[in-house]
Design a protein around this ligand. Structure first.
Ligand code: CBH
Ligand code: ZN
Length: 397
């Protein structure tokens, strides 16, 4: 289907629910195509098949949006702290390649393509509005002819988010804006409600949250955003793209602050049944763009699609290999597994972790550094051993 014959984002949101995709950097890191640390998306150039395949999985699971793999593809991030990606490619090289792949897969179905921008080292280093906007503009320049709408995602400071929205509003594309904050608000102590109001006032058509918290903690913050928006008579669509990790113990910095981030989060992974509950609760709260972020795999998105099948009037392709509430288990050879072929078995199951010494909660690091702090200043040179030793010592205390 040619891009311009597809129904646009805002019409889809007006008429129903839009299902987003899941986590790209986390998923591709596990498969060996992304490096944890910089988390930059040069795989769009280096391993287009891996990126294409992941898009395809989400499409089959019911995603209505192919988010081009452009996360952190700003020139300043690609060279930050010795990252070699920036020696090899410009942000534009990566963004062009990512848009091409996303469009290709989107056209295998009825999906839209989104281009995303996110927080920059330039902002964290305190270089100011114009320098930050210059980074965004280079990315949006590519997206404006190659995508159907724009997403400003993963901002932890509302001030930088406003600058991102302003740059996106220089195009005619719809703009979705999600911050990676929770019920405690942004890093400069602006409440979630005030952040929502400011995003809407800056011109975002869709407002919400992504990453940093599990679906249920995220919905608490969304409820705050909704009341603040209602109080001001603002009516943007609401959007959620949470983690697929349980984070009841996360504080202001979300999962980044948990000691298990990013290499030992597995015991916290949400089940598909958790995701059905998430989809229902989000929908009932009025969220109409429902997707996922880090840890969200295609089976999680399929669960969202299945929970909302009635509202959407359809099931996704990958549900051909998945019966509602596990009813396919009736074909299992063992009778006790056949006994699990029902909703009442899975819906309230409390899964064991299999880790006898595992605590339910961890203690977040809580260093309290935010934009403006000396320690958050970024640079192109690699982190030195002395600098590392300093943070090792501090973390040992
Ligand atoms: O990859 C994706 O799915 C993106 N749409 C969102 C990534 S959210 C943040 C990833 C980790 C950030 C960090 O540690 O700096
Ligand atoms: Zn994320």
């Amino acid at each position: 289907m040619a891009p311009n014959t597809k129904k646009n984002l805002l019409d889809r949101l007006k008429d129903g629910v839009v299902i987003g995709d899941g986590g790209f950097v986390f998923s591709l890191e596990k498969r060996g195509y992304v490096k944890a640390g910089p988390w930059t998306p040069e795989a769009a150039v280096e391993h287009p098949d891996a990126v294409r395949n992941l898009h395809r999985e989400f499409l089959r699971a019911g995603s209505d949006v192919m988010q081009a793999f452009t996360f952190y593809a700003s020139d300043d991030k690609l060279i930050n702290r010795g990252n070699e990606a920036g020696q090899l490619y410009t942000g534009s090289d990566i963004n062009e390649a990512a848009c091409k792949i996303a469009r290709e897969v989107a056209n295998e179905g009825d999906a839209l393509v989104a281009g995303g921008i996110s927080q920059t080292p330039t902002y964290l280093s305190g270089k100011g509005k114009e320098a930050v906007k210059t980074e965004f503009r280079k990315q949006v320049e590519v997206f404006k002819t190659k995508t159907d709408f724009l997403i400003c995602e993963y901002f932890e400071h509302i001030e930088e988010m406003e600058w991102a929205i302003q740059v996106c509003k220089e195009t005619n594309l719809p703009v979705a804006a999600t911050m990676c904050i929770g019920p405690e608000g942004d890093m400069h102590n602006i409440s979630a409600g005030d952040c929502a109001v400011r995003m809407a006032q800056a011109g975002a058509d869709v407002v919400g949250l992504n990453c940093h918290y599990d679906p249920f903690k995220m919905l608490e913050a969304i409820a705050q955003m909704k009341s603040a928006l209602d109080a001001k008579g603002l009516k943007p669509y609401l959007m959620t793209q949470p983690l697929a990790f349980h984070t009841p113990d996360a504080q202001k910095q979300g999962f980044i602050d948990l000691p298990e981030f990013p290499f030992a989060l597995e015991p916290r992974v949400c089940t598909r049944w958790d995701m059905q509950r998430y989809a229902r609760e989000a929908y009932d709260l009025g969220v109409r763009y429902i997707g996922g972020c880090c840890g969200f795999e295609s089976y999680h998105i399929r669960a969202v699609s299945e929970e909302l099948a009635k509202e959407r009037g359809k099931l996704p392709e990958s549900s051909k290999k998945h019966d509602p509430w596990g009813e396919g288990l009736r074909m299992h050879t063992k009778p006790w597994v056949r006994a699990r072929a029902r909703k009442s078995y899975w819906e309230y199951l409390n899964p064991a972790t299999g880790r006898p010494f595992s605590a339910a909660y961890s203690k977040p690091d809580n260093w309290g550094v935010t934009a403006g702090s000396e320690e958050l200043k970024q640079k192109a040179e690699s982190t030195t051993n002395e600098e590392l030793q300093k943070v090792f010592n501090r973390s040992a205390k």
